[in-house]
Write a protein that binds this ligand. Structure first.
Ligand code: FAD
Length: 384
């Protein structure tokens, strides 16, 4: 088990309080379309949420991945969309710290680290999501820089983000070694953005897209070179799969807690709901599957922390945690009777979020495919 340091444990206490006392009470409004108050991102940053893994030399906290996974779990218990939004800003800041020039960091990092601006990571396009290698956004080399053309869509934070890490094809479409990662200022001329609203994509996720037309960048904005960008994002995505799995555990945990409290107070046939064995057993099943999901998250976290290959465990953790949420959240909602449908309860929000979790950072089908290749490899299949 990856233990947290004393400082990290203290940080978790602050995040738990923030999640419970500040985020959870306002999150129901986000399901109605209201955008989160920007002051919440500032408060999240003060608690360290946008700096967790960023090196101390770059103004970050230099904390562990284990803390990030735990922080994501705690925040998602209140609202998955807000947790996704904050962690995406964190990840972009980390990428900038790891690959950016001194000048780029000086210009952009402080605003991200202190919650003055948000950021996103943009891979998905209208024509391709799961098949990342097929992206069509073009990056053409010109003297002293690059020109980007194309569109990204279904991007967390794209609605308001100041910056994006944009993946674009510098060579031929379909060539994964031609993909590079660029730092793009989404407020500059040449960028046109739009919001995506849907029943599921809560406003707290800030989902949107943008088009870049003849968008000029200097050479230093190429953060990760073609040849490295594809491999590097595929490695990072193991972390994303693990923290999304942790977020699912957070949502199910909060749903179980609320249901348990309700079952002790609400009476039927002269007894609390919780006194009826038939009412309690589905909760016990959810509790058991939650423990199994947490165990997989922990194993994947240990693997990432020790620098081992986490592809298999992170895929298994996400598949299991997502499907556990998809299976048990409707059951818990049912156990609440009509009351569970009230907007102040998070059941409907968490259900929508579980559907989103099943798509982001590798859909369930893509991950099952990965597991089938890695768990018991068939020699002719393992190449791709
Ligand atoms: C709220 C939200 C936030 C998001 N945030 C981001 C973000 O920040 N950055 C970003 O780049 N993207 C983001 N995405 C996009 C997300 O990564 C994609 O939705 C995901 O990669 C799936 O791609 P797609 O939606 O195009 O589905 P497709 O790839 O078109 O797949 C459609 C369906 O077919 C299945 N499928 C596809 N190929 C196969 C196959 N070979 N075998 C079997 N089944 C298959 C998929 O599992 C899926 O169920 C976000 C999406 C949502 C909903």
């Amino acid at each position: 088990m990856t233990a947290l340091s004393n400082d990290e444990a203290e940080c978790v206490v602050g995040i738990e309080d923030f999640s419970r006392s500040t985020v959870a009470p306002v999150a129901p409004e986000w399901a109605k379309g209201r955008a989160p108050d920007p002051k919440l991102l500032v408060r999240a940053a003060e608690l360290g949420l946008t700096r967790l893994e960023v090196p101390v030399a770059d103004g970050g906290l230099g904390y562990s991945f284990a803390l990030k996974a735990r922080a994501c779990e705690v925040l998602a218990a209140a609202d998955f969309g807000f947790a996704m939004s904050v962690v995406n800003t964190h990840n972009a800041a980390l990428k900038l710290a790891q690959f950016g020039s001194h000048e780029l960091k000086a210009s952009h990092l402080p605003a991200l680290l202190w919650g003055q601006a948000s950021a996103c990571t943009a891979l998905t396009e209208r024509t391709t999501g799961s098949d990342f290698a097929a992206i069509e956004m073009r990056a053409v080399k010109v003297a002293g820089g690059w020109v980007l053309d194309g569109e990204k869509t279904w991007i967390t934070n794209a609605r308001n983000a100041a910056l994006a890490i944009v993946y674009a094809q510098c060579g031929e479409v379909g060539d994964r070694s031609g993909i590079g990662a660029f730092l793009v200022d989404l407020t500059a001329p040449g960028c046109r953005r739009y919001a995506i609203s849907s029943a599921f994509a809560q406003s707290s996720t800030g989902t949107g897209g943008f088009t870049l037309s003849g968008y000029e960048l200097t050479d230093e904005h190429l953060l990760v070179e073609p040849g490295q960008a594809f491999t590097s994002i595929m490695l990072e995505i193991n972390g994303a799969r693990t923290y999304v799995a942790a977020m699912c555990c957070g949502m199910l945990d909060s749903a179980l807690s609320l249901c348990t409290t309700y079952g002790a107070q609400r009476h039927s046939f002269g007894r609390p709901l919780a006194a009826h064995q038939a009412w309690r057993l589905p909760l016990a099943q959810a509790e058991t599957d939650l423990a199994a999901a947490r165990s997989l998250v922990q194993s994947a976290t240990n693997c990432i922390t020790s620098g081992e290959d986490a592809q298999l465990l992170s895929a298994q953790a996400k598949i299991y945690a997502v499907s556990t949420c998809q299976k048990h959240l409707p059951v818990l909602l049912h156990a609440m009777g009509a009351e569970g449908l009230r907007q102040e309860y998070p059941y409907a929000r968490h259900l929508g979020a579980a559907q989103i979790a099943a798509l982001v950072d590798g859909s369930t089908e893509m991950l099952l495919e990965r597991v089938s290749r890695l768990a018991r490899p068939v020699p002719t299949l393992i190449k791709n």
